[in-house]
Ligand binder design. Structure first.
Ligand code: NIG
Ligand code: FE
Length: 418
């Protein structure tokens, strides 16, 4: 018999349950499926029953329950699903943060040899075991902030061996700590030092060597690219991403982050699963993404950290019917944060999203973006028991009580992990 865990006396339960099996769009983005005076009964790693306490407890012998948690009237939500992270890196880049404080731009630091290439130089020299240690630290922090599933990208190796090293770190840490990582190959994060003057050769290596190896060895589910002025242009991106699709990888894209070069349009053309950042997206890009069913992933902590004052046009996207998602973009360059609550605060203040929209964009919608909507993202019978017990009775306190971690306990797969 699987162990039973009962969480009772929940003041406010955000179930995110809905009758329709689709990502939340438009007005539906605000529907959190709130139940007051609720309980959740967990059996093994799954949710057995949830809803109004009286109904959950009806017909259940209290003696058959092995563990109980009194939520003391506080709020319970699904664990956050963070659909865009770069957690596998080595060392940090605070010197570049100071260069930006002194007035230099993110892309100018990158063009001068810093940025992603700076991280790649450190990453290549580091051993797998040292990288694993640092990645574990990042994962622990993400978990403390209530994040129970992430999409995890490679992208600081920029060579066959080092990119494989990054994806192996992800694979080897899956199951060894509580967070589930969905792996994405991001070999096309930047052109490495040795191919600055022979970019076609790096593209050839990506297409003919790295992508086939990654796909054949099941090292990634998705392929991503930094499609941006000065990095991979639209034509190069199309070639690389089509090669990835041919090998069975699904597509996510860093698109239109700084310049509107047609990244969103390309995402729509090739039917990518997601297009991310989108600070500079065109109206046509929004229209095309809505038509093609590409999910936008918005990263306001990146805009905040780069201090550009420019944020993605979230309201326009919501009005166009796009199922918006939020994420940390946790990485050592443009967004060094593990805090989902902070991202929710920024989404409310700068993306003009409501607290309700922000919660849906951080739970059920990203679960769809990772093709795990049948398993995670909401609190429903049959789904994984991934949830957060908060220190507040009301979800609206999360964006309002800014930069404070109000996560009290985290349950992942039915086990208390924080
Ligand atoms: O999503 N924009 C490209 N990639 C990352 C940043 C990587 C870095 O600076 O290390 C991002 O912001
Ligand atoms: Fe990113």
């Amino acid at each position: 018999m699987k162990e039973k865990l009962l969480i009772y006396n929940i003041g406010q339960l955000l179930t995110l349950k809905s009758s329709k099996d689709t990502p939340r769009k438009g007005k539906k983005l605000s529907d959190l499926g709130v139940v007051n005076n609720a309980s959740v009964l967990i059996q093994g790693d799954k949710i057995a029953k949830c809803g109004v306490e009286r109904e959950v407890l009806r017909g259940i012998k209290r003696s058959s329950i092995s563990k109980e948690i009194d939520a003391k009237g506080m709020m319970v939500s699904p664990g956050f699903v963070d659909p865009h992270t770069h957690p596998v890196f080595f060392g940090t880049r605070e010197e570049e943060f100071c260069m930006r404080l002194a007035g230099m731009k993110y892309m100018d630091i990158a063009a001068a040899g810093g940025g992603i290439r700076n991280s790649a130089r450190r990453f290549r020299k580091a051993t797998k075991s040292d990288i694993k240690k640092q990645t574990r630290t990042v994962l622990k922090r993400l978990l403390k902030h209530g994040i129970t599933t992430i999409e995890a990208k490679s992208g600081y190796g920029l060579s066959f061996d080092s990119e494989v090293k990054a994806l192996e770190v992800i694979k080897e840490l899956n199951g060894k700590q509580p967070i589930e990582m969905v792996p994405t190959f991001l070999g096309a994060h930047e052109f490495p030092d040795e191919y600055r003057d022979n970019r076609e050769e790096y593209i050839r290596i990506l297409v003919e060597e790295m992508i086939p190896y990654v796909a054949e060895n099941n090292l990634a589910e998705y392929c991503d690219i930094f499609c941006e002025e000065g990095v991979f242009d639209v034509e190069q991106s199309r070639k690389i991403l089509k090669a990835a699709q041919k090998q069975g990888l699904k597509i996510r894209m860093h698109a239109d982050e700084i310049h509107p070069i047609g990244g969103a349009e390309l995402a729509a053309e090739i039917k990518a699963k997601t297009a991310d950042h989108l600070v500079a997206i065109s109206d046509e890009g929004i229209r095309m993404m809505a038509k093609a069913g590409v999910m936008p992933i918005l990263l306001p902590a990146t805009s905040f950290s780069l201090n550009t004052g420019k944020y993605a046009p979230a309201r326009k996207m919501i009005e166009a019917g796009l199922p918006v998602c939020l994420s940390t973009d946790c990485n050592p360059g443009s967004s060094y944060t593990e805090s989902a609550s902070f991202v929710i605060t920024l989404a409310c203040l700068h993306l003009k999203m409501s607290p309700e929209e922000a919660f849906a964009a951080y739970t059920i919608n990203p679960a769809y973006s990772l093709d795990r909507n049948h398993l995670i993202g909401s609190i429903e019978a049959g789904k994984m028991a991934d949830l957060i017990i908060w220190e507040t009775p009301n979800y609206r306190e999360i964006p309002y009580h800014c930069s404070v971690n109000l996560v009290s306990r985290v349950i992942k797969g039915g086990k208390k992990v924080v």
